[in-house]
Design a protein around this ligand. Structure first.
Ligand code: BG6
Length: 491
């Protein structure tokens, strides 16, 4: 692994799509601006679009330039000069398209070659086979797979086999962009570069953990994808379970590609299965109806504007999911991990809340347990709520006050977007923050029975108005044991 990227050809399949235009190209531009792309590095967008290089550069200029701070036109022009487009239709047999790509890559076999598949998972296998047939997979090639990898365990196994038939595991980078977020990285540093937390990071001291990823956005224009995904596949199977792993994992022996992933997979394998009748007790699914979001009236999921009309799948798909999970090992026995994610929630807020146990014997009235809040977005930071005495004479009055670290205030300078960090890791050949095959499969193994039970019930998810905190059942899920969800702004 080298720190300075070598000359590379980055081939983005789905290169004119939403992910490419909103995330990948801005991330690459920032990397270029900071001098982290080798001068020869090229970005080759691959699509069915029939564009030439000039068309593609014009499209990026029109659609991306406004979203990145272009303070220096020279750098922007240099970035545009790296961009190419090649038309290939992988749905049909398109030997001419592959030959065009081979022509562009020919003579550059010594470069790092990265195939970034920003496309639906069912295209991963066919893409890899066709790229191999066209002679494009070199020993220095890597392939990046976007989530979700499949729609259940059996499709994930099949896709992993298909990709694995062409690429070795060391060449496969399964991306989960949450692992590239600054606070997620900081969670590892907080846990494993500070001694004070480790002795209390267990069931003796911790009452429960909450992991929330709440979004205010809905799903306009995404029905084709979302109807077949839902919150469990789209967010829980990957992002939320990865966060759970980082909270629950044992200290790895090294900060290297396998040690961290070895520990994460052990957490996934220790998750207590939620099956059959337990699914109703330990999970909640909801779908938003019309309501108010950010002071604006918004439609319900079924009425979101889209090219296609709602189907039976639309009526059954969940836009909110909550689960009570348990990690069955010595450290965590008896500590619930509550996971929650939803669209059209009142605030955009992703955070991990670790609720400590109450003092064993309270001599002051009004004390509340300590809480460690790791805020992923917005306003990344870490906050520990402790009890303090309110100044004043007379009776001792307690107040929870935060010990707080705000990244924006403490560290100045630009914080790279998750995709930027991860793309740089692919280009420098560092897979630590990518999911290994066994991790993805272990996550599906835990999710599958929940999906199966939801499917077999055939009932629609519980409605919740857009802008509300989700279905009532989500509050009952934590409330049954006398707990409550931590809400935004709560001390
Ligand atoms: C994606 C999901 O993986 O993550 C989207 O497909 C979701 O549905 C997005 O909106 C959230 O990412 P972020 O970085 O905005 O929290």
């Amino acid at each position: 692994m080298s720190e300075t990227p070598q000359p590379a050809d980055l081939i983005v399949f789905g290169g004119t799509g939403d992910l490419s235009m909103r995330k990948l190209l801005p991330a690459l531009y920032h990397a270029d601006r900071d001098g982290r792309l080798a001068p020869e590095t090229r970005v080759i967008a691959m699509s069915r679009g029939g564009l030439d290089d000039a068309d593609f550069r014009g499209k990026v200029d029109a659609e991306v330039r406004g979203s990145v701070p272009v303070d220096d036109l020279g750098t922007w022009q240099r970035f545009l000069g790296r961009l190419h487009h090649v038309t290939v239709d992988i749905g049909g047999q398109d030997p001419a398209g592959w030959a065009r790509l081979a022509g562009m890559l020919g003579g550059h076999e010594h470069r790092d070659r990265v195939f970034y598949l920003a496309s639906p998972p069912m295209t991963f296998g066919p893409f890899c086979r066709q790229a191999h047939r066209a002679g494009l997979v070199t020993p220095a090639s890597r392939v990046v797979l976007e989530k979700p990898l499949g729609r259940d365990l059996s499709s994930a196994l099949r896709i992993n086999d298909e990709v694995g038939a062409i690429f070795e595991e060391r060449q496969i980078y399964r991306i989960d962009h949450y692992l590239g977020k600054e606070t997620v990285q900081n969670l590892l540093v907080l846990r494993f570069a500070n001694a004070f937390l480790e002795p209390i990071w267990n069931s003796l001291w911790i009452d429960h953990v909450q992991i929330t990823v709440a979004e205010t956005v809905g799903t306009p224009g995404r029905r084709g994808y979302y109807d077949h995904a839902g919150a469990l596949r789209d967010m829980v199977q990957n992002h939320l379970l990865q966060l759970l792993c980082l909270v629950a994992m044992e200290p790895p022996s090294r900060n290297d590609r396998e040690s961290i992933r070895d520990e994460k997979v052990k957490v996934l394998q220790s998750l207590r299965p939620v099956t059959g009748g337990e699914v109703d007790r330990f999970t909640v699914r909801g779908q938003y109806t019309a309501g108010e979001s950010g002071g604006v009236r918004v439609p319900g999921y079924l009425d979101e504007p889209d090219n296609t009309a709602p189907t039976e799948n639309s009526r059954r798909v969940e836009t909110f999911a909550a689960i009570r999970a348990e990690v069955k090992n010595w450290r965590w026995a008896g500590v619930p991990f509550y996971l929650r994610t939803g669209k059209r929630m009142p605030n955009r807020c992703s955070e991990i809340v670790v609720r400590f146990k109450d003092v064993p014997h309270s001599i002051f009235p009004g004390s509340t347990p300590n809480r460690l809040v790791l805020r992923l977005q917005p306003s990344e930071g870490i906050r520990l709520n402790i009890m303090a005495k309110e100044p004043g004479a007379g009776e001792v009055a307690l107040k929870p006050v935060p010990l707080s670290l705000s990244f924006a205030e403490t560290f100045t300078g630009r914080v790279p977007e998750a995709y930027e960090r991860l793309l740089m890791d692919v280009l420098t050949g560092n897979p630590t923050l990518f999911m290994r095959r066994d991790e993805v499969e272990a996550a599906w193994r835990w999710i599958d029975p929940i999906l199966a039970e939801w499917d077999s019930q055939g009932t629609p998810p519980e409605p919740y108005p857009a802008g509300s905190a989700g279905p009532a059942a989500a509050h009952e899920l934590v409330g049954r044991s006398g707990r409550v969800w931590h809400e935004e702004g709560q001390a």
